[in-house]
Design a protein around this ligand. Structure first.
Ligand code: 5GP
Length: 206
């Protein structure tokens, strides 16, 4: 018995530990793949074009919007980010669980277009911990950090729209919880591709 492909949207305030959790879950859930987004944000040191993101100019991004190439897109921290419809289609054709690591606005668009998608919001244990994590990763300027913290309040309001909430106070437990959601969602009756030996011998109303 297998299940059909489905989308899992994972959002979190930046510094929420989402990327680490996604990577850990990917290692354990062989049917899952991470969607590679298109972005106009400049490439950071250590990032690989085509693997971490598809890095494009704003002109190219806007052209792809006009062509209707995106399943969703949004402006985040002054840059454009989007998920290609082709990425979603290919994953669904292959019966995969496609993880979309996207912001709250993109998540809302995905919910509207794919009502059977699943959404998970990962929250840091507190605003203080979030700020500490942002500073500790040493990647962002002071201004960036402040902008990200400002955005948190708005993002946290969106929590009510998500199917699941995972608090990331302990990484191992958060990964276990996200994995449990994947497993349970894969068992939903409506997702099952059902070939049960002996089904033809069952008689009468069930
Ligand atoms: P970063 O620039 O730190 O990699 O990502 C910044 C934010 O953009 C994160 O919250 C991430 O979830 C979001 N993001 C990344 N890719 C996409 C995408 O394709 N669509 C949307 N809507 N948000 C994205």
């Amino acid at each position: 018995m297998t299940h059909r492909g489905f989308i899992v949207v994972i959002s979190a305030p930046s510094g929420g530990g989402k990327t680490t959790i996604c990577r850990a879950v990917l290692k354990r859930q062989k049917q899952a793949t991470l969607s590679v987004s298109v972005t106009t944000r400049p490439q950071r040191a250590g990032e690989r074009d085509g693997i971490d993101y598809l890095f494009v100019s704003e002109e190219v991004f806007r052209k792809r919007i006009e062509e209707g190439a995106f399943a969703e897109w949004a402006e985040v921290h002054g840059h454009l980010y989007g998920t290609l419809s082709n990425t979603v289609r290919a994953a669904m054709d292959e019966g995969r669980i496609l993880i979309l690591d996207i912001d709250v606005e993109g998540a809302q668009q995905i919910r509207a277009v794919f009502p059977d998608s699943v959404s998970i919001f990962i929250v840091p244990p507190s605003l203080r911990v979030l700020e500490e994590r942002l500073r500790a990763r040493g990647r962002d300027t002071q201004e960036d950090i402040e902008n990200r913290l400002l955005r948190v309040a708005r993002e946290m309001k969106e929590i009510v729209r998500y199917d699941y909430v995972v608090v990331n106070d302990d990484l191992e437990r958060a990964v276990d919880q996200v994995e449990a959601i994947f497993t349970a969602e894969g068992c939903r009756r409506e997702r099952l591709e059902w070939e049960w030996e002996g089904a033809d011998q069952i008689r009468g109303p069930l």
